[in-house]
Ligand binder design. Structure first.
Ligand SMILES: *Cc1c(COP(=O)(O)O)cnc(C)c1O
Length: 364
């Protein structure tokens, strides 16, 4: 079978074991064996960060990462208080869009896409808006690759006793999450990014106190997390049909993550890949959008060489077996992005280095 190496930020190239896990007999999502699988996956998800195990519970749902983020906001963002959205890219701005769609009060502090979140300005906004009780932001802003400074944002949340609702879709299982220091209330993520599962399932991990003492009436039927919690943590059944093959894959992917040393080891591997790719691109005079230390381990954004059209570069990489990703919005013409997730071997990295030299070398 032809192998596509996916360097887009999800879905990822699967390991053979995860891919094969999906080909299994046909299960009904409302039978005890699937209830058992659901419990096992939810339990393993809260163990990815061992410090979270005691105080948090997970629910999984069928839908992409966006559905998990929207479910978290629909179920936990308050109706009678205000959520502060700290946005510096597509995904932060999408959180504000969701709050607007669900008619929930919010204030957005919108920063430049190439900039970090202005934490001092956020503190001033909080000073002017005592009605703010929640903060919604993105951990790794995939628009640029920036790992937002959650230690600073989280300290603000902890100091003001504000509940943090985090989009961890492209960081969960690869970057540090300090739930206590950040006053984390909930984090939304997906099976098919740093966890290396198949697309189709996403999940939300939230504090036990939130599950047991719901303050908010969910503004959606499908995205009502309390219904998922009552089902999955009750008789084990989900309110709606689940992506059964994606659950088989997620179970296998979680076993691989644990056997491979957990999230810290995954971060180390991603960092190694990023360094290797960056060395090759630097030698070809390709520049990064951000400073090296501002990036997550998951993805980096690079300027296209002058005169190099994204489509032409994309198609050349595709012929060489690699799927790269364009920039978004204002960056759609001049940036490309490379993610480090999934089953990528040393020989794949060698082949990628060769493809970079072939495709970008003429522009050097
Ligand atoms: C990928 C991503 C999402 C969700 O994308 P889907 O296409 O819905 O899976 C949300 N937030 C961030 C930060 C992401 O990287």
């Amino acid at each position: 079978m032809k192998r596509n190496i996916l360097l887009n930020p999800g879905p990822v190239t699967l390991t053979e074991r995860v891919r094969k896990a999906m080909i299994r007999d046909d299960w009904c999502h409302r039978e005890p064996e699937f209830a058992e699988l659901t419990r096992e996956i939810n339990a393993e998800l809260v163990r990815v960060y061992p410090d979270m195990e005691a105080d948090f519970s997970a629910v999984m749902m069928t839908g992409s990462g966006t559905s998990a983020v929207e479910a978290m906001l629909a179920s936990f963002a308050p109706d009678s208080a205000t959520t502060l959205v700290l946005a510096n890219g597509v995904y932060g701005e999408r959180m504000a869009k969701m709050l607007a769609a669900h008619r929930k009060p919010y204030v957005m502090l919108r920063g430049g896409w190439a900039a970090g979140v202005d934490v001092d300005e956020a503190a001033r906004v909080l000073g002017r808006h005592p009605e703010i009780t929640h903060v919604a932001t993105v951990h790794h802003e995939t628009t640029t690759g920036r790992l937002n400074d959650l230690d600073a944002i989280g300290a603000l949340c902890r100091a003001g006793n504000l509940s943090l609702l985090l989009d961890g879709v492209s960081s969960f299982a690869a970057e540090a999450i300090d739930a206590e220091a950040w006053n984390l209330a909930g984090v939304a993520a997906t099976a098919n990014k740093c966890l290396h599962g198949a697309p189709g399932l996403s999940f939300v991990i939230a504090r036990n106190a939130l599950w047991s003492d719901a303050q908010t009436e969910a503004s959606s039927v499908y995205l009502d997390l309390q219904a998922y919690y009552a089902g999955q943590h009750g008789d084990g059944y989900s309110p709606f049909t689940q992506a059964v093959p994606a659950a088989f894959a997620l179970q296998a992917a979680l076993i691989e993550l644990r056997a491979g040393g957990g999230w810290t080891e995954r971060r180390r591997i991603y960092q190694q890949r990023a360094r290797r790719i960056n060395e090759e691109l630097t030698s070809l005079n390709i520049r990064m959008l951000l400073k090296e230390k501002e990036y997550s381990c998951v993805l980096r954004s690079y300027f296209l060489p002058d005169g190099c059209d994204y489509r032409v570069a994309h198609d050349a990489f595709k012929r060489a077996g690699f799927v790269i990703y364009s920039g978004q919005g204002q960056f759609s013409e001049n940036l490309f992005r490379l993610a480090n997730m999934g089953a990528i071997g040393a020989d794949d990295l060698d082949a990628l280095a060769g493809a970079c030299a072939d495709i970008f070398g003429p522009y050097k």
